[in-house]
Ligand binder design. Structure first.
Ligand code: C5P
Length: 402
C-alpha cells in the first residue's frame, strides 16, 4: 500500500473489546508511520484481547485504560485527552460501546472522554452478524450518525465466530482510506457530476470485440474524490474490474454508442462533466450475431468512426463545465494543449500513455487558459483530489458566494 500523508497530527485511538482489536495494532503502526502522534486508550474488555504493552510499543506513548489512573496529573484525563487530539477514532467499536455512545453514557475512561470531547468522533464497528443486524444496534448507529459521528464500515465476510455476514471491521487499508476521505474539504457540496470511465468494447461478433487497456482506475478515483468532496456523482462506466464506488449512481455500458446514449440521458442538471473514459475511436460495422468461424481466408473488418462523446457535450448550447483527459506518448504538453483548444475545453488533464493504463500511480499535467499545472507522481486517488480542487476553483461562484 502506498502511504498517504495523514490529515491528522494527533489522533486518539480508542480500542474496545472485540477480536478485531488485533487489527487496531496494525492501524496504530501505520498511523505512526504516516507521522501521526497516536494516543491509545483501551477499555478494560479490550485488554482481554490484546495488551496495552503492544500499543505502547507501537505508538511510543503510554496507554491508558482507567479513569482513575494516577499517572494523569490533575485527574482530568477525560478533558485533557480530547483537548489534545484532532479527532477520536474508536476501532474496533463493539456493539456495547456504540450503545454507550448513543446514550451518552460515561462509565469508563474511553466513553467518558468521548462524551467530553470537543473534536470529531469516528467509529469503526466490529461485531457478530446477529449483533450488527439487531434493531437495537441499528437504532444506535442511526442515532450516532444523526449526532454527527462518522461510522466507517463494517463490511461483510467471514467472521471470527465462524458466521458469514455483515459486522467485520474494515480492513486497516480501507479504514485509513475512509479516514482520509472523511477529511476532504467539501468544496463540491451540492454539485452534480457526470463522469465517464474505463474502456469501451466494440463487438466484432458474439464473443469478440475491440477494446483497449484502460483499467477504469482513474475515472473511478475521480468519482470517489468527487463524492468525498460533497458532490453527487453519476458514473457511466465501460467494462472494468473496479469495485462499484459506494454512493455513486453507476451506469454500466459496453460500446461507445451506449456510453454516448447514457451520457446524453443523464446530463440534465449536471454542473460538471469529466470524460475520463478511453473511448474506442472506431466500431465494427455489421458485427456478426454468431461466432465467426475460423477459416483460411483473410478476414476484413469494416470500421466506422465512433461519436466523440465529449465533443457532443461541449458543443451543447448550455454545457456543464467540461474536463477532458488526454493520454499521449510524446510531446505531452504540446499535443494535449492542442487537443484542449481543438475540443474547446476549459480544462484538460494530460498524462503519458505509459502512466495512463492500469497503474495505481500516475503523473498529470492540468492545462487551462492560465497554462500548465503539473501534479507530481502520486496514487490516482490523490491526483483525482488535486484535479477536483482545481475544478472547484474554476467553477462559477453562486451569487451568495461572490
Ligand atoms: O481520444 P482522445 O485523446 O481525443 O480523448 C480526449 C478526451 O475526449 C477524453 O476525455 C475522452 O474521454 C474524450 N473522448 C470522448 N469520446 C470519444 C473520444 C474521446 O468522450 N469518442
Amino acid at each position: 500500500m502506498i502511504m498517504a500523508q495523514s490529515a491528522f497530527k494527533r489522533l486518539l485511538v480508542g480500542v474496545t473489546g472485540g477480536i478485531a482489536a488485533y487489527k487496531a495494532a496494525e492501524l496504530v503502526r501505520l498511523l505512526v508511520r504516516q507521522g501521526v502522534k497516536v494516543q491509545v486508550v483501551m477499555t478494560p474488555a479490550a485488554c482481554q484481547f490484546i495488551t496495552p504493552i503492544t500499543f505502547q510499543a507501537l505508538s511510543g506513548q503510554p496507554v491508558f485504560t482507567d479513569l482513575w489512573d494516577d499517572r494523569i496529573d490533575n485527574g482530568m484525563a477525560h478533558i485533557e485527552f480530547s483537548r489534545d487530539s484532532d479527532a477520536i477514532l474508536v476501532a474496533p467499536a463493539s456493539a456495547d460501546f456504540l450503545a454507550k455512545l448513543a446514550q451518552g453514557r460515561a462509565d469508563d475512561l474511553l466513553s467518558t472522554l468521548c462524551l467530553a470531547r470537543s473534536c470529531p468522533l469516528m467509529v469503526a464497528p466490529a461485531m457478530n452478524v446477529q449483533m450488527w443486524h439487531n434493531p437495537a444496534t441499528q437504532r444506535n448507529v442511526e442515532l450516532l450518525k444523526k449526532d454527527g459521528v462518522l461510522v466507517f464500515g463494517p463490511e461483510s465476510g467471514e467472521q471470527a465466530c465462524g458466521d458469514e455476514g455483515m459486522g467485520r471491521m474494515l480492513d486497516v487499508g480501507a479504514l485509513l482510506e475512509a479516514l482520509e476521505a472523511s477529511q476532504q474539504p467539501k468544496l463540491l457540496s451540492g454539485k452534480k457530476f457526470l463522469i465517464t470511465a474505463g474502456p469501451t468494447f466494440e463487438a466484432i461478433d458474439a464473443v469478440r470485440g475491440i477494446t483497449n487497456l484502460s483499467s477504469g482506475k482513474m475515472g473511478y478515483a475521480v468519482a470517489r474524490a468527487a463524492m468525498e468532496m460533497g458532490a453527487e456523482v453519476t458514473l457511466v462506466s465501460g467494462p472494468t474490474c473496479q469495485p462499484p464506488p459506494q454512493g455513486a449512481n453507476l451506469i454500466k455500458v459496453v460500446s461507445a454508442q451506449e456510453m454516448l446514449a447514457a451520457v446524453m440521458a443523464n446530463l440534465v442538471g449536471k454542473d460538471v462533466f469529466v470524460a475520463v473514459a478511453a473511448v474506442a475511436d472506431y466500431y465494427v460495422l455489421n458485427p456478426s450475431e454468431h461466432k465467426i468461424k475460423k477459416d483460411a481466408h483473410i478476414l476484413t473488418l469494416e470500421l466506422a468512426p465512433n461519436p466523440d462523446i465529449l465533443a457532443n457535450v461541449v458543443n451543447l448550447p448550455d454545457p456543464p463545465f467540461c474536463v477532458g483527459f488526454a493520454a499521449e506518448s510524446e510531446n505531452l504538453i504540446e499535443y494535449a494543449e492542442y487537443k484542449r483548444r481543438r475540443k474547446n475545453l476549459p480544462l484538460l488533464a494530460a498524462n503519458l500513455i505509459q502512466d495512463a493504463f492500469g497503474a495505481d500511480e500516475s503523473e498529470l499535467v492540468l492545462l487551462d487558459d492560465k497554462g500548465a499545472h503539473p501534479l507530481p507522481r502520486a496514487p490516482k486517488i490523490i491526483l483525482a483530489r488535486q484535479l477536483l480542487r482545481h475544478v472547484a476553483k474554476m467553477l462559477p461562484k453562486k451569487k451568495d458566494q461572490e
